[in-house]
Design a protein around this ligand. Structure first.
Ligand SMILES: NC(=O)c1ccc[n+]([C@@H]2O[C@H](COP(=O)([O-])OP(=O)(O)OC[C@H]3O[C@@H](n4cnc5c(N)ncnc54)[C@H](OP(=O)(O)O)[C@@H]3O)[C@@H](O)[C@H]2O)c1
Length: 281
């Protein structure tokens, strides 16, 4: 680990910093001279070797494991003495028809995307309360605002993140803690390759063709998605605001507009537009 002796720099933790959005954020923040810790479940030294910034401290953490989360955050406090910003980014997607998604598969999705985030929040909140300051930035998704076909459990996990974060914003404001949601549209990352399919996703004849067609569209949207650098640039702006908004949407304009349309269009019409995109024909 790198030792930083300047005490005026914000200390930042980014979960899931080995790849994609988390990596872009962690590297960008480190290059902007923040004191950054990034997490991976892999060997931190090996991951660090592939990073463009030697100013980034990689630590091992699995957000699905209480002990791992406590150990990781303890090690930061021991070394840096404080924690100013936490970016809850670690996550993955699961795809398949809801009808044949098992409860274990659903729990697997929530264990990382929702309970993992909650675990990290609950561990850092007492630290931030004692400091009288801190930023918790939760990476949600436009899929946390619009229920996406064949990504039902992923959407559900992000809707849950939205609800939790909206409540937390109110609960901890008086302690000087700022809580923010970043809601990305499609971004080109390893998310597509890391997506898990439910066991019966491709075998149920009732859904097979439709599922495969929709998945091709989802993957193509992501492969043509924006660069994660865009989220990193937004994040740097947010942590410089003393009183950021609860929600920031980021991504291609049509995807951001879709969320606005959901508010104003009749629900039936809006759902038709979404279905036409993901399930044409
Ligand atoms: N890409 C998109 O289009 C998009 C859109 C909206 C929202 N998002 C959200 O953005 C976040 C990052 O996704 P990404 O697109 O950057 O995907 P990615 O490239 O697959 O990166 C996922 C990161 O999460 C980490 N991770 C996964 N499970 C973990 C666990 N149990 N504990 C700790 N770390 C874990 C991985 O680290 P290790 O494997 O090294 O542990 C990796 O660094 C996710 O929350 C995702 O839902 C992505």
């Amino acid at each position: 680990m790198i030792n930083h002796d300047r005490s005026d720099r914000k200390v930042i933790l980014v979960t899931g910093a080995s790849s994609g959005i988390g990596k872009a954020c962690a590297v960008h923040l480190a290059q902007a001279d923040y004191h950054v810790y990034g997490t991976t479940r892999k060997s931190p030294d090996r991951v660090a070797k592939d990073l463009p910034s030697s100013q980034l401290n990689m630590i091992q953490m699995d957000v699905r494991d209480d002990l791992s989360v406590h150990r990781g955050i303890d090690s930061i406090i021991k070394e840096a003495g404080r924690l100013d910003v936490v970016v809850n980014n670690a996550g993955f997607g699961i795809t398949g028809p809801i009808e044949n998604t098992s409860i274990d598969e659903a729990k697997d999705q929530f264990e990382t995307n929702f309970f993992g985030l909650l675990r990290v929040c609950n561990t850092v909140l007492p630290i931030m309360r004692n400091q009288g300051s801190g930023y918790i930035i939760n990476i949600s998704s436009i899929g946390g605002l619009i229920g996406l076909p064949f990504q039902g459990l992923y959407s559900a996990s992000k809707f849950a993140v939205e609800g939790l974060t909206e409540a937390l914003y109110k609960e901890v404001r008086s302690f000087g803690i700022r809580v923010v949601l970043i809601e990305p549209g499609d971004f080109f990352t390893a998310f597509t390759a890391n997506r898990k399919k439910t066991a019966r996703a491709e075998t149920d004849p009732a859904y097979k063709n439709r599922f495969e067609q929709t998945l091709r569209i989802i993957e193509s949207d992501e492969k043509n998605g924006a660069s994660p650098e865009k989220v990193a640039r937004l994040l740097v702006k947010i942590i410089r605001y003393s009183d950021p908004r609860l929600r920031y949407r980021v991504g291609y304009l049509p995807q951001k507009i879709a969320v606005t349309l959901k508010k104003f269009l009749p629900q039936k019409l809006f759902d038709q537009i979404i279905m036409q995109h993901y399930m044409p024909g």
